[in-house]
Design a protein around this ligand. Structure first.
Ligand SMILES: [Fe+2]
Length: 329
């Protein structure tokens, strides 16, 4: 297998596609709440910007209420060729996106594979540039070499999911957290593809492997540039009536200050500030026994709410024992 070349640092999250029937709510959530730049909106699809890329966050009409695809920007054609070879060596089928699909994503062209948990993993080199100045309610988002953001994903096959990112993209292990939660321990592994502390976090239940989360991702994260951006977004989302899954707090590993808001499709969106950038020369893998240093308390925290949430998660978790989880490796 062709693994002689290390492509760490050459890949970053480029875009995300959500499928939902709740387009009006998503529009309000992203535009008025998180404060993104609306690039296009009609009855069937929305597209938003956060930086110089023409498109970064798309919502299209459909029943999934979930992230169905994520796009990953690859530095150049030579790196993409290495990735193609690694996929082919493992018998992972590669499709080429159509011109119409590329246009929807704001890229010149892309290829697609079926990734872990059935999320389409799409790869492109060139994003189309935006043709007008940004109009956002927030000062700015951290992208560039760090990519768009990160995903946290629950998995019953964490070793396979981690291997996918490590073998195909040369992801590096940043650290691990073991978090006791509702009577079980959640083990979370943080992988980085570039200077962003993690682009992918994989969470698994210790012992009996359950997946209590309906959606492919548990949350997606975006980073804003200033604390004022973070607090203003918190106020806007709260004023609009969106529920905080976890109010403001701080993580021990990337030191990020963040909050988690429930998106219209049910997964959480984490908005953060001041996450460290990894210095490869000095980085040491950590191991932590809590996901938060302080804060990140749920907004609804009455005994009844906790019971209902835990019962719902418990039922889904048991159901997940019977449903297979797709893995390309
Ligand atoms: Fe996160």
């Amino acid at each position: 297998m062709s693994n002689a070349t290390d492509i760490f640092g050459a890949v970053g999250m480029g875009y995300v596609i959500v499928e939902s029937e709740r387009l009006a709510d998503w529009r309000r959530f992203l535009k008025q709440g998180l404060g993104l730049h609306e690039a296009a909106a009609d009855d069937d699809a929305l597209a938003f910007r956060v930086d110089t890329h023409a498109r970064r966050f798309m919502v299209r009409r459909g029943k999934a209420e979930d992230v169905t695809a994520s796009g990953w920007q690859v530095r150049d054609e030579a790196t993409l060729a290495i990735i193609r070879q690694r996929l082919a060596d493992r018998g992972i089928a590669i499709e080429t996106g159509s011109a119409e699909e590329a246009e929807f994503r704001g890229v010149t062209s892309f290829i697609r594979v079926k990734g872990p948990k059935d999320m389409a993993i799409e790869l492109f080199t060139d994003a189309l540039p935006a043709d007008e100045p940004l109009r956002m309610l927030t000062g700015g988002f951290v992208t560039g070499a760090s990519g768009l953001g990160h995903f946290a994903i629950t998995s019953k096959k964490p070793e396979k999911m981690l291997r996918f990112w490590q073998e195909i993209f040369d992801a590096r292990l940043s650290d691990r957290i073991a978090q006791p939660m509702a009577g079980i321990v959640l083990d979370i592994t943080f992988l980085r593809l570039n200077e962003r502390h993690h682009s992918i976090a994989v969470a698994t239940t210790r012992g009996l492997r359950l997946d209590p989360i309906r959606t492919r991702i548990q949350h997606m994260n975006l980073l804003v540039e200033t604390l004022e951006d973070l607090s203003a977004a918190f106020e806007r989302l709260t004023d609009l009536g969106y529920e905080m899954a976890h109010e403001i707090g701080q993580h021990p590993n990337d030191r990020e200050v963040s909050f988690y808001v429930l998106s219209p499709s049910g997964f959480e969106m984490e908005l953060g500030w001041n996450a460290l950038r990894v210095d490869e020369a000095t980085w040491k893998q950590g191991y932590y026994n809590a996901i938060s240093v302080w804060g990140h308390k749920p907004e609804r925290n009455s005994p009844v709410d906790r019971l209902l949430l835990n019962l719902g998660n418990f039922r889904r978790g048991l159901g997940s024992l019977l449903s297979p989880e797709y893995s390309p490796l």
